[in-house]
Design a protein around this ligand. Sequence first.
Ligand code: HEM
Length: 230
Amino acid sequence: MVNNLATQLREGTSKSHSMAENVSFVKSFLGGVIDKESYRKLISNLYFVYSAMEEEMEKNKIMNLLNRSITELNRNLELDLEHYYGSNWKSLIRISEATKAYVERIKMISNERPELLIAHAYTRYLGDLSGGQILKKLPRAMNLSDGKGLSFYEFEEVTDEQEFKQNYKRALDSLPLDSHLADNIVAEANISFTMNMKMFQELETSFSRIIIKLITNWFSSIFQPKVSQA
Ligand code: HEM
C-alpha cells in the first residue's frame, strides 16, 4: 500500500509541469500577450474538457473517493462563454482537434479504468488552484475583459485555496492504492499534461498566424505602390 500519492504526483509530473510552462502560448499568456480570439478559443476548449471530465467523474463517483463533491469545484464557464461569444455561444464554439483527442481519452479512461480519472482531476483542478491563481489576473490586465468573463478562475465554494489543496492532497494520500495503481495514476497525469500542452500548442499556431497576418498587413500597407491621383 502507498500513502503518498500526492507527493508521487507532484514529483512524477514535475518535468511535465516545466514543459507545460514553457509552451509558447502559455508563456505569451503569462507575459501578457494574447488576443481575444485565442483566449475565447482557450475557454471553449476548456469547456469541452471540463464537461467531459465532470460528467465521467460523476458517473464513476470519483470525487466520493476523495470525500468531496464535484459541485465544490464547479465554475461558471458558461457565463464566460456567453460574455465572449454572446447568448448563442453554444452554437458558435467548436472543439479543436487536440481537445477532441483529450476528451476521447477521458471517455476511454472512464470506460476502461475509471480510477485513473483521479489523474485528470489532479492535473486540471490542482493546476487551476495553483498557477491558475496567477493566470486569473492576466485577462483583465490584457484588457481582454472588463472584469466580466472571468468566472473560470473563481471556485465559489472554495474559500481558502491553499487549505483546500492541502485537504485534497491528504485525501489523495489516504486512498487505498497499491504501488502499481499509484504508478498508473502518475503515468496518466503525465498523459493529461501532454494533452493540455497539445491543446495550448494548437492555440499557439492560431496566435502565430494572427501575428504573421498583422505583420504582413503592416508591410503591405507600407510598401504598396501609391496609386497616382493624377
Ligand atoms: C505558466 C504557467 C504556469 C504557472 C506559472 C504555474 C505555476 C504553478 C505554481 C506556482 C504551482 C505551485 C503551487 C504550490 O506549490 O502550492 C503550480 C502547481 C501546479 N500546476 Fe502549475 N503553473 C503553470 C502551468 C500549469 C499547467 C499548464 C498545468 C496543467 C495543465 C499546471 C498544473 C499544475 C498542477 C497539477 C500543480 C499542483 C502541483 C502539486 O502541488 O502537486 N500548471 N503551478
